[in-house]
Design a protein around this ligand. Sequence first.
Ligand code: CA
Length: 237
Amino acid sequence: MKCTTTLRPGPMRRAGCRFAIAIAWLLLVVSTTCASTGEVQPIALSAPSGLDSASSLPASQNHFDVGATFYVEIWAQTTHSNGLSSVSLDLTYEANLANAMTITHSSLFSALTNGSIDNGAGIINDLSGSHLGPCTDAVGVAPAWARMAVIKMTAISRGFLVLASAPTGSPIYGTSICGIGDIDPAQIAFGEYTLALGNVPAMSEWGLTIFALALTVAGSVLLRIRCVGTRKITLFT
Ligand SMILES: [Ca+2]
């Protein structure tokens, strides 16, 4: 009998789909809620900041003279209330514009330190430092920031220097939440900062320079016309 085989597959299938959607939604909410996010940001200063922690990111300077020494500071934060236990990154820069001299790790991230300067390739590779706890220290919990290291650099040529942070690509050196573990690098915002070395006009200054040149040329032409006109007037009087 055909009617005995009808176990209402339509409603059952719909109920199954609803259940699957509910589970997927729940997993999405849980994974979103549990995901830890972090941020790493280099800044540049003529002298190192006085403290290893700050309620907001210190303002960076945007210009240094050629030959000047400046300090690149690596700051980090996380949205997790446990705070950071490790911060790791690669920092790249244009090797023809600046050289890195030394790395000094902060007192907050003074354990398991690492980092190698390669001025030929323009990279500080696997720069890393750890804070071994306790987690109640809550190091670098947003909106606060924590300084991981200070890199002393020298400007060697004029131009725009891009200081770019990136994941280390190393299975050893990661960025971690205290008591939790490594953060997926995809969940970390790796920042960069561009500064001018030497007498390099900012983009807006280029416009002013061109405008000033145009005024000079126009003024010369007007002056020449006036002089010629004056000479003609003199001849006819
Ligand atoms: Ca690396």
